[in-house]
Design a protein around this ligand. Structure first.
Ligand SMILES: Cc1cc2nc3c(=O)[nH]c(=O)nc-3n(C[C@H](O)[C@H](O)[C@H](O)COP(=O)(O)O)c2cc1C
Length: 364
């Protein structure tokens, strides 16, 4: 059987060209990251919302579970708050808050910016791979981590961002198509308020033609078919987020997992109402109510802070209607409760089968 090894495997020192996406907010438990890495792919801790000390503890636990490479993912984003229209937004949130038993919304918000301390931890712990969303690692960090031999991967949504990321020193470019679950990685949401939304099939070959470093396809990849397609498009591997949300080790809330399993290719929308940045998730009551109000969400990260208590209270009450249910467009291909290692092995086995026997009717 064909053994699929690509340049990505060499660059990241992994056996299989599969990356489990860093997913901030809880799904990427130590268990999930370690299981994926131990299986031969690259597990990623979604650490953007984590306190620096918690990141350090998680890294040490991952290392107790596996000696293989793993990544830690952060947001390379401007975290300056703009709460100038907070009163208007609170008008919309007030009703939902009272339904969830929450009191008056805060009239002021301050989002903590932990990026410097988070990066310090990643450097001190000498993690094998650092990945970022929303932008490129700032130059001072890029130089330092590369000097230490840490690999850097940058998620992009356009050819222009990919070229910029390569020029800045990224070792790997993750090409995130608009099919992808979670936040759009688009750098400048001033230019593209709803994200640059180019589908995975269109984006990957155009980026592969313009950069020399390995390209990883993200968005709608769920199985061996997606891996083979991505390789045919010029990618060196794939990054999967949604597929791992219903894995046995996933930390996603049970109501969220159920919503994923109940969803179809028609269920998701791209919305800014949860965080202020465009993100793909399953349409629900929160999105509909905010949209119906006609009120413009605050920019990231302020809208995220403004909706934080609602999302937490909804999770505590098992109310998926008010949670952010990030998901990609290929959720019919989800499996329920498989161990992450099985997901990795099945993708590889299916891809290998397909490569040795592509469904071509006539081949002269
Ligand atoms: C629940 C969820 C959370 C995500 N959080 C992050 C994140 O914190 N950082 C990041 O770089 N990408 C994040 N992503 C996007 C993934 O990196 C990736 O682009 C996406 O999952 C690929 O599409 P798929 O979900 O169809 O596999 C998230 C995706 C999901 C589904």
């Amino acid at each position: 059987m064909t053994k699929i090894t690509t340049e990505l495997c060499t660059t990241l020192n992994i056996a299989y060209p599969i990356v489990q996406a860093g997913m901030a907010g809880g799904p990427t438990t130590v268990d999930l990251v370690a299981s994926v890495s131990e299986a031969g792919a690259l597990g990623t801790l979604g650490a953007a919302y984590m306190e620096p000390d918690d990141i350090r503890a998680a890294i040490r636990l991952i290392r107790q579970r596996t000696a293989k490479p793993f990544a830690v993912n952060l947001f390379a984003a401007d975290m300056t708050d703009d709460a100038s229209r907070i009163a208007e937004v609170n008008e919309v949130l007030r009703g939902i808050r009272s339904e969830l038993g929450l009191g008056e919304p805060a009239a002021e918000l301050h989002t903590p910016d932990r990026f410097e301390q988070q990066m310090q931890v990643l450097i001190e712990e000498n993690v094998p791979v650092i990945s970022t969303a929303f932008g490129i690692l700032p130059a001072r960090f890029m130089e330092e981590v590369k000097r230490r031999g840490i690999r850097v991967t940058t998620m992009v949504t356009t050819v222009r961002e990919a070229v910029e990321a390569e020029r800045a020193g990224s070792d790997v470019i993750v090409a995130q198509g608009s099919d992808a679950g979670g936040h759009r990685g688009t750098f400048d949401v001033g230019v593209h308020p709803n994200g640059a939304n180019i589908g995975t099939f269109s984006l990957v070959p155009q980026i592969a033609d313009q950069v020399r470093v390995p390209v990883v396809a993200a968005g709608g990849v769920m199985d061996g078919r997606g891996l083979v397609a991505a390789l045919a498009l010029g990618a060196s591997g794939v990054q999967l987020g949604t597929r791992f949300l219903t894995a046995a080790e996933s930390g996603a809330h049970p109501a969220y997992k159920q919503a994923l399993l109940d969803s179809t290719e028609e269920s998701t929308v791209i919305t800014r109402v949860f965080s202020g940045r465009p993100a793909r998730g399953i349409s629900n009551a929160f999105i509909r109510r905010f949209d119906e109000s006609g009120v413009e969400p605050l920019p990231f990260p302020t809208q995220n802070s403004a909706t934080n208590e609602i999302r937490k209270a909804a999770a505590a009450r098992n109310q998926a209607g008010y949670m952010s249910l990030w998901a990609g467009q290929a959720t019919r291909l989800l499996t329920d409760g498989d161990p992450a290692s099985r997901i990795v092995m099945e993708i590889m086995e299916e891809a290998q089968r397909l490569l040795s026997r592509l469904p071509v009717l006539n081949q002269d």
